[in-house]
Design a protein around this ligand. Structure first.
Ligand code: ATP
Ligand code: MG
Length: 575
């Protein structure tokens, strides 16, 4: 596809003014002073997220503006969050929680989620987060494997834990946020909070001590617990500052749930370590609601995901956006899935701003390859490695490949927010590294200017008539067609061609499936992609299977197509 390069009119001096210079001279050690450390070299991520500001000029600054599912409002200053998380740390201590214990959160996006997360880290225990949509089986896998000692939950969700509690020998009690009459296996969160002191001596953790863990959904086999250390906060802090471009007066909104790594790195630690005010919206996706939040809170920085952007475009489009006063919006970011050029161009039309894509994974702990305010955006590219990060394209033996050759997207190990282990799976962990490179499992290529371009997950890349085709490229071409809202592309086994490209698409309002439309779409993609790859089969769907975090699950489409078992679907959204 032709390359579009977008330059921007910057509305404010970016925190990172010269990428090349920063990249050339960067050394993580030089930025240690961005955080507060204890002598000798001790660091706690939660202390840096809240306590540090509670002891500074920011103490009465609002850290959290909370909008509930029924439009309830609450707000918390840094001082309040610091005290509340101290109280929770005291509650945990009282019940015997020790450094290294696992304490899990099974909650929607309520203020208690944030208070608990911080409190857990302050005790030196390890916080684990779970999507509130998980059913008993998904919970069992994660709580059993991690040996969680406590689970913080609510009256509704706790019932799912009770279904499997007999199989969780290490679980002591449930900490329930909305009861003052706790059952035998329960602790009342607020009863105990009201009695606890709001002073707590934060655990002086080592930078390498574990702080939080997240389970990857695991395409095959059981989910793996990805372990992150307190030192991750350094990279979360620097990327929030230089990429998200957080300034003192800003209000920031990250739409991700803390059940997902983005909701931790950029919904808790990295944003608050920068002392930013942020909005959390606990309700469901709804375009009108989202725009009214951007408007009401005068949001300056917005971090969201491609699926949401495509939905916004589809439901209401530019016309709806224009009904709101979004004049405070300055920087927009996207992560989690490839960001189709179409979505960027729509963003520019509707908001007058460019969505900046960035690439990273649960295992990475923070942004790795990203677009910057100070650099032009090449539409469709994930951007360039963050200063301090060496990214490359390597073959299966870990040898670097030249520009424009496709291969494994790899990162030179280690980096501050790199996963430190898979919980109890050392062999699996070791296998993630080849010749000093962390092999991401994604396929990509880089251009002569050092921009990285996503091809697809290794398992999703299609081999048709001897050619490799990345699903992203085909999907991006498909969604440029006016009839198509979303597209998921797979390789379907074919005796003649090895695989053929099959596309599953959803249509925009006002379009109906027809043979004629199928033909038209094929021709359209052929033209877009210079004829070398187009979907020979197109299937219309009402919706596409997605993860909770909004990613199209191509492996599910493929399994359905082949009539195979669809595997672990614990992170799949009902649709
Ligand atoms: P699992 O590993 O359990 O299957 P997952 O890989 O979806 O789940 P995450 O760690 O949240 O879980 O997602 C990281 C993956 O998401 C990346 O490896 C990549 O495939 C995709 N991804 C994230 N950001 C981008 C991006 N900007 N462009 C393209 N793909 C992206
Ligand atoms: Mg992954």
């Amino acid at each position: 596809m032709e390359e579009k390069i977008l330059n921007k009119d910057l509305k404010i001096k970016p925190n990172l003014e010269n990428y090349e210079e920063a990249y050339r001279n960067f050394n993580w050690q030089d930025y240690h002073d961005e955080l507060e450390w204890w002598v000798p070299g001790k660091l706690n991520a939660a202390h840096n997220a809240v306590d540090r500001h509670a002891n500074s000029f920011r103490k009465n600054k609002v850290a959290l503006y909370w909008v509930g599912p029924n439009d309830e409002r609450q707000k918390y200053t840094f001082l309040e969050l610091s005290r509340l998380s101290n109280k929770f740390a005291n509650v945990l201590k009282k019940h015997g929680v020790q450094k290294g214990d696992r304490v899990f959160l099974f909650l929607p996006r309520v203020p208690e989620t944030y208070i608990s997360f911080l409190g857990i880290l302050k005790t030196g225990a390890i916080a684990g987060t779970l999507f509130s949509a998980f059913g008993p089986d998904a919970l069992k896998d994660r709580l059993q494997d991690s040996g969680a000692k406590y689970v913080v939950t609510n009256s509704e969700l706790k019932e799912r834990v009770y279904k499997i509690i007999g199989e969780l020998p290490e679980l002591q009690k449930l900490i329930v946020i909305d009861t003052n009459q706790p059952g035998e296996r329960e602790i009342s969160f607020w009863n105990e909070m009201s009695e606890a002191s709001d002073k707590f001596e934060c655990e002086r953790t080592e930078p390498e001590d574990y702080a939080f863990m997240l389970y990857t959904s695991g395409t095959t086999g059981k989910p793996k617990g990805v372990m992150h250390a307190h030192y991750a906060v350094l990279q979360q802090h620097m990327t929030a500052k230089w990429v998200l471009n957080i300034h003192e007066e800003d209000t920031y909104w990250c739409t991700a749930d803390p059940g997902w790594v983005t909701g931790i790195a950029y919904g808790i630690l990295g944003v608050w370590s920068n002392g930013a005010s942020q909005v959390v919206y606990a309700g469901r996706f709804n375009p009108e609601k989202w725009y009214s939040i951007l408007e009401e809170f005068k949001v300056n920085i917005w971090y969201t995901a491609p699926t949401a952007i495509r939905m916004l475009q589809r439901k209401g489009g530019t016309e709806l956006v224009k009904k709101y006063d979004l004049s405070n919006l300055r920087d927009m970011y996207s992560v989690g899935e490839p960001l189709n050029p179409e979505a960027i161009m729509w963003g520019k039309e509707a908001f007058g701003l460019v969505f900046h894509d960035n690439w990273w994974q649960t295992e990475c702990g923070a942004m790795m390859i990203t677009n910057y305010q100070c650099l032009p955006v090449k539409v469709g590219s994930m951007g360039k490695p963050f200063p301090g990060i060496t990214a490359s394209i390597v073959d299966d033996n870990g040898n670097e490949l030249p520009p424009r050759e496709h291969g494994n997207l790899a990162i030179r190990a280690p980096w501050p927010s790199m996963m430190r282990a898979y919980w109890n799976k050392e062999e699996k962990y070791k296998k993630s590294f080849v010749n000093g490179w962390y092999i991401s499992g994604d396929k990509a290529w880089k251009d002569e200017d050092g921009y990285f371009w996503f091809e697809g997950r290794a398992d999703d890349v299609i081999k048709t008539s001897g050619e490799r085709v990345g699903p992203f490229e085909v999907e991006s071409a498909l969604v440029e067609h006016p009839a198509i809202a979303e597209a998921g592309v797979i390789g379907k086994p074919d005796p003649e061609r090895g695989e053929i490209i099959k596309a599953f698409v959803t249509l925009n309002e006002g379009y109906e499936p027809s043979d004629q439309l199928v033909e038209e779409i094929k021709q359209f993609v052929k033209k877009q992609m210079a004829g070398h790859a187009y979907p020979r089969e197109i299937e219309f769907r009402d919706s596409l299977p997605k993860t909770r975090s909004g990613k199209i699950m191509r492996r599910v489409l493929k399994a359905q197509e082949l009539g195979q078992d669809i595997g672990d679907t614990s992170t799949m959204e009902e649709y």
